[in-house]
Design a protein around this ligand. Structure first.
Ligand SMILES: [Mg+2]
Length: 409
């Protein structure tokens, strides 16, 4: 049901994952396990995909399952809570096809949702893709240029419009292909039937009417559906998931340092700050905030206020297709007036505790990582954690600084 206020695509929280494929091209491998659940360096492929989905704030998962739905259910019950995700499972009849899977799940779909193939991974800034969905579009697809498009159907684009979907030709030639990630309006389901192919029966005819958009990205892309790529995935996926990270101080780097900023009303982005986060997201690096918040120890505001402010920052960033992967703050100070927080802490910069905690929870390539702060104690914390650290000057654009650092890395 459409409501008066349209859901903004960047507000999407639902990720729908197609898990119903039979996986016949993998032969004996998929007799042992369902294709999305096959291990990639000892971790189920689907868990690696969920990690990537969850870090963009998509925290409600709908698995579209068919054959071996109980395996998906058992996996989800164990993995989703651990990853901070909630989940539902919709079970379609066998061989309903990708379009049929959506048709059968239509009562579980949000007005706008992300759709993922459960057996491929394309490393794109998901929130950027969401910003590309225009009001009249029924879907926007992430597209990838590949050297050998023989295994895939190709797509023809005209600017931001997808005009045509071509069947697999089988001939080895470069081509633009559907990368298996979509932002979809639920209204698209009206074009589907209980048993059909999403691409051939839904997207292709809709593309001819100009209602399907596409956006080209050049991130890491792999489809584990054939044995040689499943083999390659074993080292290539963990390597691609180990990313550089940029650690950002908050006050004086992202927002004006007005001393003890605890309320949203006193928060003011610095010029170039939001753009910098977007630049880093587009470059495929992790973005973390590490901030001393002695205002909690001094009784100026509480931890709930800090968390509210960080949620506000995320919401603002999402509107431009950007996000922060994780926040760490230190509420302690030795001279605090609030007893519970009046103590030294190895999280308080110049100590490196916040950075070390992030490094222990995220797969970070530290050699290619750096911190940006506005104080000497920020840079000292970076060095203590074994990272490069840079001080931003007053008036300097964070976006220009990170672009220069990414270019020289
Ligand atoms: Mg600062």
């Amino acid at each position: 049901m459409m409501t008066a206020t349209q859901t903004r695509p960047t507000d999407i929280r639902q990720a729908v994952i197609l898990c119903g494929g039979i996986g016949s091209r993998l032969g004996a491998l998929t007799e042992a396990a369902l294709k999305p659940l096959l291990p990639v360096a000892e971790t189920p492929f689907l868990e690696r995909l969920l990690f990537e989905i969850g870090r963009f704030g998509l925290d409600r998962i709908l698995f579209l399952a068919a054959h071996r739905a109980d395996d998906i259910r058992a996996f989800a019950a164990e993995a989703c809570p651990r990853l901070g995700l909630t989940f539902e499972i919709a079970v379609e009849p066998d061989r309903a096809g990708t379009g049929g899977a959506l048709w059968h799940a239509r009562d579980h779909l949000d007005p706008v949702f992300f759709l993922f193939n459960g057996d491929s991974w394309f490393d794109v800034n998901l929130l950027d893709l969401a910003t590309r969905l225009e009001p009249d579009d029924l879907a926007v697809l992430a597209l990838r240029e590949v050297e050998d498009a023989a295994r895939y159907g190709t797509v023809t684009v005209d600017g931001p419009r997808v005009r045509r979907f071509a069947e697999k030709t089988g001939s080895s030639a470069p081509g633009l292909v559907n990368g298996g990630i979509y932002v979809v309006r639920r209204d698209l389901v009206d074009a589907l039937s209980p048993s059909c192919s999403l691409e051939a029966n839904g997207l292709a005819p809709l593309a001819e009417t100009g209602r399907i958009a596409g956006r080209r990205y050049d991130g890491f892309f792999i489809d584990i559906g054939i044995p040689s790529d499943f083999e390659r995935a074993q080292h290539a996926i963990p390597a691609a998931q180990r990313r550089p990270a940029v650690f950002l101080d908050r006050d004086g780097v992202l927002n004006e340092d007005r001393h003890y900023v605890g309320e949203i009303e006193r928060f003011c982005w610095l010029p170039g700050a939001q753009e910098a986060v977007k630049t880093l997201n587009d470059a495929g690096v992790f973005v973390f905030v590490v901030t001393n918040q002695a205002g909690v120890a001094r009784g100026f505001y509480d931890e709930a206020a800090v968390n509210r402010l960080h949620a506000f920052m995320q919401a603002e960033l999402r509107t431009i297709g950007a996000h922060i992967d994780a926040f760490r703050y230190c509420p302690y100070h030795p001279d605090g007036t609030v007893l519970a927080y009046a103590r030294p802490s190895d999280w308080r910069k110049p100590a490196p505790g916040m950075i070390l905690d992030l490094l222990s929870h995220w797969p970070v390539d530290t050699a290619r990582s750096f911190l940006v702060g506005d104080q000497d104690h920020d840079v000292a914390a970076a060095h203590a954690a074994g990272l490069a650290g840079y001080k931003i000057a007053g008036g300097e654009s964070l976006d220009e600084l990170v672009r220069a650092r990414l270019a020289s890395a």
